[in-house]
Design a protein around this ligand. Structure first.
Ligand code: TXA
Ligand code: MG
Length: 322
């Protein structure tokens, strides 16, 4: 496995070629780093599951370079989904739509729908365009972490998570730290009304400005809809045990907005100045705790609005509370 730290057009062309040959390329997106494979190559996609240790049958998101390529992968697209795509793509939003022939069972886990996203990170977009120039159609990419663990928000974090599972021909593209820091918002667009399956970088309030969406901030956090397995199990978990209430003891990790003082003896893991900043630093704070061998993290959740809904969702997951 090679890490490419200064990506040029030449290295991106090479990375696209490598994808086309069936290798894996981990790449930055604005949300988290993804572990990419040519979305039409069954063997390459199978390797994603091996490298992540992810149970088969969990569907993958297909990344494409533009809304113009959407109809290659999805059909019977409702009007509201077109509005969402036009408004929030490129960006941190994944739409679940009825699939076309191109989206095989090895992508969708046998479901009749497929998750599609146009990321906004310039390296991700260039990689996608270069792959398309070689005749490719999209990149299947889950977050580039072992199954159930914390998503990586830097190339170093990808390396720590996956290097022992990647081969010499696989690549990691270093695009610096991720701007948003938590995963995309997943919206089920297979029914008459859209439903948020996973809160993320695009907030419910932003979505509701453009389409008719029932604002129900609690519903998905207690959802038992099997379509997005990430919603059901303990996920986004550091090795440390995460607590969302109680007082840390000396030596415990502590995570809260900068306005909240560090309890005596606790080890501050991050000092985010805003909710957005909290999202950006959340996963690296979890990783920092693990690297310091901290056993307990006390994280202070936020008021449940905007991006904080997604942050609280990840905190609850990490704390195994949903
Ligand atoms: O921000 C993101 O979405 C990142 C970056 C790399 O794009 N990707 C990501 O992928 O978070 P992953 O696989 O770690 O999480 C995607 C979630 C999984 O829980 C998966 O089950 C769900 O999306 N999902 C994917 N396709 C689906 C589908 N067709 N129907 C329902 N859920 C789906
Ligand atoms: Mg993931």
């Amino acid at each position: 496995m090679t890490i490419i730290s200064s990506c040029t057009l030449t290295t991106l062309k090479e990375a696209a070629k490598s994808l086309k040959q069936g290798n894996l390329v981990a790449f930055p997106t604005e949300t988290v780093y993804g572990l990419g494979a040519d979305a039409t190559n069954k063997d390459a996609v199978a390797r994603i599951y091996d490298v992540k240790g992810r149970p088969t049958g969990h569907p993958l998101i297909v990344h494409i370079s533009s809304i113009n390529n959407l109809d290659k992968w999805a059909q019977q697209i409702p009007e509201y989904a077109i509005t969402l795509a036009r408004t929030f793509w490129p960006g941190p939003m994944t739409l679940i739509l009825p699939r076309t022939e191109l989206a095989k069972d090895f992508i969708t886990g046998g479901q009749d729908n497929v998750g599609i996203r146009v990321p906004s990170h310039p390296l991700a977009l260039s990689l996608l365009k270069e792959l398309e120039a070689l005749g490719g159609f999209g990149i299947a990419a889950p977050s580039a972490n072992r199954f159930g663990k914390v998503s990586p928000t830097s190339a170093q974090a990808v390396q720590e998570e996956l290097s022992e599972y990647l081969t010499l021909d696989d690549l990691i593209l270093d695009g610096g730290p991720c701007q948003i820091g938590i995963e995309s918002t997943i919206i089920d667009c297979t029914k008459q009304t859209p439903q948020i399956l996973r809160p993320g970088g695009v907030t419910q309030e932003q979505i509701a400005e453009f389409i008719n969406l029932e604002l129900d901030k609690e519903s998905y956090t207690h959802s038992n809809d099997v379509k997005a397995p990430g919603l059901l199990e303990s996920h986004y978990s550091p090795k440390a045990k995460v607590f969302l209430s109680g007082t840390p003891q000396p030596g415990d990790g502590f995570l809260a907005l900068s306005s909240i003082a560090t309890p005596t003896g606790a080890i501050r893991l991050a000092t985010p100045v805003s909710d957005k900043d909290y999202a950006r630093q959340l996963y690296s704070a979890f990783r920092l705790a693990d690297s310091k061998k901290i056993e307990r993290i006390f994280a202070v959740p936020l008021e449940n609005e905007g991006i904080a809904v997604a942050i609280n969702n990840r905190l609850s997951k990490a704390a195994h509370q949903i």
